[in-house]
Design a protein around this ligand. Structure first.
Ligand SMILES: NC(=O)c1ccc[n+]([C@@H]2O[C@H](COP(=O)([O-])OP(=O)(O)OC[C@H]3O[C@@H](n4cnc5c(N)ncnc54)[C@H](O)[C@@H]3O)[C@@H](O)[C@H]2O)c1
Length: 318
């Protein structure tokens, strides 16, 4: 099957191109505002996808792309992320993640797209408002929360997609990943990706001190596992649920990363200095994805770090 559009050729989009090529024989159309070829060339071949460079805010370009390639399935990962711009309110959260996403959804309706997979976040859950006393499944309340501009941007469009799905106008599917890590690029002006700095230093035998960073304990997941889940949602005709968590189903943070690095790279010079402890007490419940779609994360933290290291080391030989 062809007629697939991926928005976003970033950390997850790149892995989806690879999966679609290798396991489904599909050459997707991929839209991104700025293709990072130096990065993409380390993960995929250029003839595995059809690039369309431009913004999802360009409605004419989106519509023309949907028409030209007779797109029937969309995976929408293009977004502005805290990983790149920080957690403080950022105009991109609402301009791209809400206005841009709504534009892609309505263009999809006009062009008869069948399946629409939207990347959301665990940040849509209203933990502060409702409290947490056990693993959080997909039925836990979602909505707007204070001090959560990024999560609010995703929650807003989740509701839009849900309404249109309930009305029978499109098959909307939502993925709520935990903190994603894996082969990734940085652009000038991006905030430092702290876990990447820790990994790279340990793998390359360089000193690195993470200073004053909160433990940030929450539920994580490797990028390839997210891509696997998203590709399954995208390519399945029947999907029973609307939203799916994709996570390890356990909490971890920088101290667990440090322990894993110590085990894999004894004597490494990664140091945590004045990093306060804290974060979630309960993970997300990742059982629905397994039960309904048979998707289980294949990479635990150590396997993820090893896979990341293989990619990082491959860069040196390029
Ligand atoms: N990375 C995480 O930890 C994490 C966690 C939870 C959810 N998510 C969600 O998962 C999805 C994938 O994340 P990722 O890690 O691959 O992010 P990423 O930043 O690596 O990739 C996002 C891509 O979107 C593109 N993009 C941004 N604005 C655009 C625009 N206006 N038009 C077209 N393209 C645009 C960027 O150029 C980038 O290549 C995102 O929707 C994100 O919100 C990510």
């Amino acid at each position: 099957m062809q007629h697939v559009l991926l928005t976003g050729a970033g950390q997850v989009g790149a892995q989806m191109i690879k999966l679609l090529h290798q396991h489904y024989g599909v050459t997707p159309v991929v839209m991104d505002i700025q293709f990072n070829w130096e990065y993409l060339d380390t993960l995929v071949e250029r003839d595995w996808f059809i690039p369309v460079e431009g913004s999802i805010l360009d409605t004419e370009l989106v519509e023309e792309t949907l028409r030209k390639y007779q797109i029937r399935h969309i995976s929408h990962s293009a977004a502005v992320l805290p990983m790149r711009v920080g957690h403080d309110p950022h105009p991109g959260f609402f301009e791209v993640n809400v206005h841009g996403t709504a534009g892609v959804i309505f263009a999809a309706l006009r062009q008869g797209v069948e399946n629409f997979v939207m990347f959301s976040t665990n940040g849509v859950y209203q933990f502060r408002e409702h409290g947490v006393s056990g693993p959080v499944n997909e039925d836990y309340p979602t909505g707007l929360s204070v001090h959560n501009s990024y999560g609010n941007s995703k929650a807003t469009v989740e509701y839009l997609l849900k309404e249109l799905t309930l009305a029978g106008r499109i098959n909307g599917r939502v993925l709520r990943p935990g903190e994603i890590y894996g082969p990734v690029f940085s652009r000038p002006g991006d905030t430092e990706i702290y876990w990447k700095s820790m990994f790279d230093a340990a793998i390359q035998g360089r000193p690195f001190t993470l200073e004053g960073h909160p433990e940030h304990r929450l539920d994580w997941v490797y990028g390839k596992d997210v891509a696997q889940a998203a590709t399954t949602l995208l390519m399945s005709d029947e999907v029973p649920g609307f939203a799916y968590n994709v996570t390890y189903g356990q909490c971890m943070g920088i101290y667990d990363i440090k322990d894993a690095l110590d085990k894999l790279y004894p004597g490494n010079e990664v140091v945590l200095k004045d990093c306060s402890r804290g974060g979630w007490n309960y993970p997300l419940d990742n059982g629905r994805l397994k039960k309904e779609l048979g998707v289980v994360p294949a990479y635990d933290l150590e396997a993820g770090i090893k896979d990341y290291a293989a990619w990082l080391n491959s860069l040196e030989s390029k």
